[in-house]
Design a protein around this ligand. Structure first.
Ligand code: PCA
Length: 123
């Protein structure tokens, strides 16, 4: 089953978590350095950040293909809001192929969140 790294509204305490209800949690995870979060209001966007050393925290889930298709719809993949692609994670997922949703729109004026999205605390 495909592995998906989630860092925002899909996390266990997030408002969109119901979309992962029947999927399998593999464990907490963190990306390699070089990625960071910005706030888009009620949800975060992860983007590459060459100067970053912290990475982004989240969870790895094993999801079925039907779920991935629903999530692509939820995350606006067809509208180029996010793109789903592989992301480098730290130990113990370092050698695994894990996908995530990268934010594609400009983040210039958005608040910088950093490594961890905490829902309402960010808005
Ligand atoms: N949902 C996806 C991407 C950003 C968001 O809020 C996630 O939780 O990983």
């Amino acid at each position: 089953m495909p592995l998906l790294f989630v860092y925002g509204t899909l996390k266990r305490d997030g408002p969109n978590h119901a979309h992962l209800a029947l999927q399998k949690l593999i464990g907490a995870a963190r990306t390699a350095q070089g990625f960071t979060l910005y706030s888009l209001g009620d949800y975060p966007g992860m983007v590459p950040a060459p100067d970053d050393h912290d990475g982004v925290t989240g969870e790895v889930w094993a999801v079925d293909e039907a779920c991935l298709q629903r999530l692509d719809h939820l995350e606006g993949v067809a509208e180029n809001l996010y793109r789903r692609g592989p992301v480098p994670l730290r130990d113990p997922f370092e050698a695994s192929t894990v996908q995530t949703y990268f934010y594609l729109r400009p983040i210039a004026a958005r608040p910088h969140v950093g490594a961890t999205w905490r829902g309402d605390a960010n808005t």
